[in-house]
Design a protein around this ligand. Structure first.
Ligand code: PGA
Length: 254
């Protein structure tokens, strides 16, 4: 399986535009050497208009961390796909666990995914269990999140869909707490099975499935090599250009 997509999720960081530019320039310098990998940087929306003006190579694009499911209107605090597209964002993370924790439901996620894709963005849908019990109930949980996100989609939409499996218990932890590649591999097969049930084998096989949660330079290569993933969603390490470059380089070598 080819690894070809690495997404940087900056979350609510950094605080200033000057820092954001510095990190972005560092990421561009590192990622331009790994041309086989596509890198998507998702900064806070406020920085998008400035970062989009900075030079970057073809394998680097910009994305956002959320979008709303309507184009405009009385929706205090929301941002629409049309608005972020004006600043050349191509991807939107949708349903990240940190948003779900604040009340984002499967229903909202499903609506956002449909609208983002209709508007021409690639939706990066985050799914993942909060905890792992021995009874295996996390499979049911992941299935429910995934099916809800896919509900309004048709086969033709799959060209603009990415799934990011992020077990919540691994997010923000150290490399030692990331998921073991053999367990990850099992979950990847399960996610592919659910996608196949819904859309058929060939269309489902073309949807990139990423892993996120404590991805660091130390573990990136093994996760990609043994985990059966098509890429990575990187949080805290994506704010450190050196670490992020090491992750991109490790993944591109697999
Ligand atoms: P992390 O975050 O890499 O800091 O664990 C991943 C994410 O939340 O997308």
């Amino acid at each position: 399986m080819n690894t070809d997509l690495i997404i940087a999720n900056w979350k609510m960081n950094p605080v200033t535009l000057a820092e954001a530019k510095k990190i972005f320039i560092g990421i561009v310098a590192g990622a331009r050497k790994a041309k086989s990998v596509s890198v998507v940087v998702c900064p806070p929306n406020l920085f998008l208009p400035e970062l989009t003006k900075l030079p970057r190579t073809k394998n680097i694009s910009l994305g956002v961390q959320d979008v709303f499911y309507e184009e405009q209107g009385a929706r205090t605090g929301q941002t629409s796909p049309a608005m972020v597209k004006a600043y050349k964002a191509t991807h939107a993370i949708i349903g990240h666990s940190e948003r779900r924790e604040l009340g984002e439901t499967n229903d909202l996620v499903g609506r956002k995914v449909v609208h983002a894709i209709q508007e021409g963005l690639t939706a990066v849908v985050c799914i993942g269990e909060r905890e792992r019990r021995d009874d295996g109930s996390y499979y049911t949980f992941v299935r429910e999140e995934l099916e809800a996100a896919l509900l309004g989609l048709q086969r033709k939409d799959l060209a603009h869909l990415v799934i990011a499996y992020e077990p919540v218990w691994a997010i923000g932890k150290s490399a030692a707490d990331a998921m073991q590649p053999c367990e990850l591999h099992e979950m990847m097969l399960f996610i592919r099975k659910v996608l196949t049930e819904r859309f058929g084998r060939a269309p489902a096989s073309r949807v990139p499935v990423l892993y996120g949660g404590a991805v660091k330079p130390d573990n990136a290569e093994e996760i990609v090599r043994a985990g059966g993933v098509n890429g990575l969603l990187v949080g805290s390490a994506s704010l450190q250009p050196k670490e992020f470059t090491a992750i991109v380089t490790a993944a591109s070598a697999v």
